[in-house]
Design a protein. Structure first.
Length: 171
């Protein structure tokens, strides 16, 4: 669960010159590699909107939607027919990580957040990838394609619709 939250925090904005970015969406491929070099690859689509809304729609290898809206995270897992509802700490600002990134040269940036270092690669003012080591010492790389910036996204996109027959777990 922490891995998903950390990942959510890492992608919701860009940095310095992106202070004017109000929305970001893209397809993504997220590769997580453990300390024994075993990897799993997730694919899907992300949509984010200022000040603090995001939707990660995972499509492979399992279907899952992760909604962030203010200080609440809802994870819907269709294969398990369940939803998990969590409150996150109120000091999490989804746009902080990347808006504070500093250039380290050649379209590469570095940001620090909660004792973690994030490396960001840009190309033509679009985020191409984010990589970091999570709290479990997994190496995480997220590659983006089909990026879109400042296109209108209705707030209802970020409202989780939990089917009535799903189990609801609250944390």
């Amino acid at each position: 669960m922490r891995l998903f939250l950390i990942t959510l925090l890492s992608v919701t904005s860009l940095f310095g010159f992106f202070d004017s970015v109000s929305t970001f969406s893209a397809d993504f491929e997220q590769r997580i590699t453990d300390d024994q070099n075993k990897s799993i690859v997730y694919k899907g689509h992300i949509q984010t909107k200022r000040p603090n809304m995001a939707l990660w729609n995972y499509v492979t290898p399992v279907e899952k939607q992760i909604y962030i809206r203010e200080y609440k995270v809802v994870i819907i897992e269709p294969d398990l027919e369940q939803a998990i509802i969590k409150k996150v700490r109120n000091d999490i600002d989804l746009f902080t990580i990347l808006t504070s990134a500093k250039s380290i040269g050649n379209d590469h940036y570095e940001a620090h957040y909660r004792d973690m270092k994030f490396l960001i690669t840009m190309e033509k003012d679009l985020i191409q990838s984010i990589s970091y080591e999570d709290v479990f010492q997994n190496r995480v790389v997220i590659l983006f394609s089909g990026q879109s910036i400042n296109k209108a996204i209705d707030d209802t996109v970020f409202k989780a619709m939990i089917p009535s027959d799903y189990d609801i777990l609250r944390d």
